[in-house]
Design a protein around this ligand. Structure first.
Ligand code: MN3
Length: 202
């Protein structure tokens, strides 16, 4: 039985950057539906119910074919949204710190260049998906884009930052202005959490 993430903050604390109604629907409806769908899909597969969602998305090839796509979409949806919601918070924003800041500078030529490339990746997503700052098995940082609820864990990488490019994540406030949604998101990114993910993986 998979449980919906308990949000570590209340709906309104990310105002004015992310509005309370968007958080409420995004977490309480969209995220919840992924968890409910995953539980329904695994009902007849008790052995799989003891795995974590990250373990599920890391080993899709071992999932029975008849439920593989639904697990990919919904375990993926749960994992992506947990990363998204726990990667932001009130009183956050600012700049990366510590070893992650140094790695971003070394990889992208500076924090500002990194932000520009990340924002461009968000604009380049066609339809729905995610943009990530992730780390590969050799330790290199990369900005990557995934369709649907696909994610870096499926490819053996660690996720450090997760930006949700599905319209449900920003449409009430920003409508088609996707770059405004990215700008607002930078103001709530929890860089201490990002640093922790950089150090320990996910
Ligand atoms: Mn979403």
């Amino acid at each position: 039985m998979f449980n919906l993430l308990r949000l570590p903050y209340s709906y309104n604390v990310l105002e004015p950057y992310i509005d309370a109604r968007t958080i409420e629907i995004h977490h309480g409806k969209h995220h919840k539906l992924y968890v409910d769908n995953l539980n329904a899909a695994l009902e007849k597969y008790p052995a799989l119910q003891s795995l974590s969602v990250l373990e599920l998305v890391r080993s899709l090839d071992k999932i029975p074919e008849e439920i593989r796509t639904v697990v990919r979409n919904n375990a993926g949806g749960d994992a992506c949204h947990t990363w998204f919601f726990t990667g932001i918070g009130p009183n956050e924003g600012g700049n990366p710190r510590g070893a992650l800041a140094a790695a971003i500078d070394a990889t992208f030529g500076g924090h500002e260049q990194f932000r520009q490339r990340f924002a461009q990746a968000v604009l380049d997503v066609f339809d729905s998906g995610w943009v990530w700052l992730s780390r590969d098995g050799a330790g290199n940082l990369l900005i990557e884009t995934t369709p649907g609820n696909d994610n870096p864990w499926m490819f053996g990488r660690r996720a450090i930052l997760a930006f949700d490019v599905w319209e449900h994540a920003y449409y009430l406030k920003h409508q088609n202005r996707r770059s405004d949604a990215v700008e607002a998101w930078w103001r709530v990114v929890d860089w201490d959490r990002a640093e922790e993910r950089f150090q320990t993986g996910g």
